[in-house]
Write a protein that binds this ligand. Structure first.
Ligand code: SF4
Length: 179
């Protein structure tokens, strides 16, 4: 099983030796909407569930406002193990983990993927800026992708205090598109 294979992965020597567990993802395998973040933080590493801190609580609230819930949405990260101190995953670590994420998406075949923040967006679209691509559906190798802000950016209020408004709008659009 894919999840078991990921849990045994030690491709990134540092991450494999410092993690509490591999954060495989949450939600039903047949989810029509898949939300993708960058990497687990401390709470995620502890619990094994992605997006359970303040960002996760905001994500849950905005999904509920949009008329859905985490129960029917899958949430994964591009990198499955917590980088020490919540540092940004290296290019090598992201590349190491890419085949797992590709296989996850291949198994789930979602109608729409929503990457949160620039890092996850770049994973799908390549080098870009969030302002150039967010809020619109892009087709990448047959997969529909709708990038938006990371909830952490919305909680920080930036840029220009608009991140929360845009994140709310984009998640509402995502839910409409898969309904
Ligand atoms: S981050 Fe991904 S590739 Fe690296 S050890 Fe964890 S599961 Fe394996």
């Amino acid at each position: 099983m894919l999840a078991d294979e990921m849990r045994a992965c030690t491709r990134c020597v540092e991450l494999a030796s410092t993690r509490t567990q591999v954060v495989v993802g949450s939600g039903p395998t047949g989810a029509r909407l898949v939300i993708v973040g960058e990497a687990p933080g401390a709470r995620e590493d502890e619990t094994g569930v992605p997006f359970v801190g303040r960002s996760g609580q905001l994500l849950d609230r905005l999904l509920e406002e949009a008329g859905t819930s985490r129960d029917v949405v899958a949430v994964i990260n591009t990198v499955k193990c917590r980088p020490p101190g919540n540092r940004v995953p290296s290019k090598v670590e992201t590349a190491n983990c890419r085949p797992w994420t590709t296989r996850q998406l291949g198994e789930m075949t979602p109608a729409l993927v929503v990457p949160l923040g620039l890092s996850a967006t770049t994973w799908f679209l390549g080098r870009t800026t969030l302002g150039a691509v967010r809020g619109r559906v892009h087709e990448v190798d047959g997969q529909r992708v709708l990038p938006t802000f990371h909830p952490a950016a919305a909680l920080r209020g930036g840029p220009n205090g608009e991140a929360m408004t845009r994140l709310r709008e984009d998640l509402a659009l995502a839910v409409r598109l898969v309904s």
